[in-house]
Design a protein around this ligand. Structure first.
Ligand code: HEM
Ligand SMILES: *[C@@H]1O[C@H](CO)[C@@H](O)[C@H](O)[C@H]1NC(C)=O
Ligand SMILES: *[C@@H]1O[C@H](CO)[C@@H](O)[C@H](O)[C@H]1NC(C)=O
Length: 321
């Protein structure tokens, strides 16, 4: 019979190895997951994001979007960070992500720092969740407690990325359905869309809106047409929020009220439908928007990979161990 000490030792070995072994998904998240495992984690992420955002404010927007595009494709499992391999075509080159999602290098650099502080302990998926929270806060938005303990997927899916992420031409019904498919309410969807108060978009994503949409402010359309011609200039950027694209505030909802949503999908939230009341409320009260946004981010962050997804703590966010 094993002595208590031997059993204890075995247990310690098992605990130490656990993060290295490929396990199954479905773990319970906790805000204190790394308190003892990696006490410096949150300060490492915070200062790295602060530096990136100081260099280029838009990077905060890019990291926030990266988190959304990770979570909507088989859960927040860092699948979006994997480069293509012989065995799968990854998500980086999927329609909604190619030449569009940014911030991979910032996440990879944070991962390097985190590995130096506590090796083989912190998932890439958790780093993205923390970096998204810090991005919002550093640009003037709310903060919240991030639930931690996610694990990284060993696979990724370009086709899932193509089918699970809403496009800028989406109708209100489609938006409600696509978020509903992820267990998120219409209210979560409208609050999360407030993320479009920061960041930039390519002409190709809003051309239809400024040339042929109904319900668009003519002055605004003319302004955007100046740098987004009917043909060519696909990659030319415009701020999604016409007034304060580097500040996380309620201007997005203000814009919707004056028909200045940049995407058709944005304006759908204020077009005589079920979300009009909420848009008016968020526009009036930043505190309500901030509370709802934070709650919805936590809910989106709880999206877990399917139970049969093999997982690990990836050592390099770009490739499996
Ligand atoms: C509601 C459905 C949504 C649609 C249809 C949508 C669509 C888009 C599109 C088309 C772009 C521009 C991409 C490009 O130029 O290539 C964009 C940018 C962005 N999206 Fe969304 N999005 C949605 C929801 C969200 C959510 C839920 C978040 C985060 C919580 C988010 C955060 C962002 C940010 C921050 C940017 C700017 C990124 C940057 O500047 O790099 N979006 N979105
Ligand atoms: C990864 O594989 C699992 C199990 O086969 C599957 O359920 C999951 O959808 C895959 N991940 C992606 C991103 O498709
Ligand atoms: C259109 O946008 C301009 C600002 O570009 C604003 O002053 C005006 O009130 C808007 N019009 C409508 C109908 O909301």
């Amino acid at each position: 019979m094993a002595t208590a000490a031997a059993r204890c030792q075995l247990l310690l070995v098992a605990v130490a190895l656990a993060p290295l072994l490929a396990g199954v998904a479905g773990v319970q998240l906790s805000s204190r997951f790394y308190d003892r495992r990696c006490p410096k984690l949150q300060s490492i992420v915070r200062s790295a994001v602060a530096q990136a955002v100081a260099t280029e404010p838009r990077m905060g927007a890019s990291i926030l979007r990266l988190f959304f595009h990770d979570c909507f494709v088989n859960g927040c499992d860092a699948s979006i960070l994997l480069d293509d391999t012989a065995s799968f075509t990854g998500e980086k080159n999927a329609g909604p992500n190619a030449n569009s999602v940014r911030g991979y290098a910032v996440i990879d650099a944070i991962k390097t720092q985190v590995e130096a502080a506590c090796s083989a302990t912190v998932s890439c998926a958790d780093i993205v969740a923390l970096a998204a929270r810090d991005s919002v806060n550093l640009l003037g938005g709310p903060t919240w407690t991030v639930q931690l303990g996610r694990r990284d997927a060993l696979n990724a899916s370009q086709s899932a990325a193509n089918s699970n992420l809403p496009g800028p031409g989406s109708s209100l019904d489609t938006l409600i359905t696509m978020f509903g498919n992820k267990g998120l309410s219409p209210r979560d969807m409208t609050a999360l869309s407030g993320a479009h108060t920061i960041g930039q978009a390519r002409c190709t994503t809003f051309r239809d809106r400024i040339y042929s949409d109904a319900n668009v402010n003519a002055t605004f359309a003319a302004l955007r047409q100046q740098t987004c011609p009917q043909t060519g200039g696909d990659a030319t950027l415009a701020p999604i929020d016409v007034t304060t694209p580097d500040t996380f505030d309620t201007a997005y909802f203000e814009n919707l009220a004056s028909r200045q949503g940049l995407f058709h999908s944005d304006q759908e939230l204020y077009n005589g439908g079920s979300q009009d009341v909420l848009v008016r409320m968020y526009r009036r009260r930043a505190s309500t928007f901030f509370v709802d946004f934070a709650k919805a981010m936590v809910r989106m962050g709880n999206l877990a990979p399917s139970a049969d997804t093999p997982t690990e703590i990836r050592l390099d966010c770009k490739k499996i161990n």
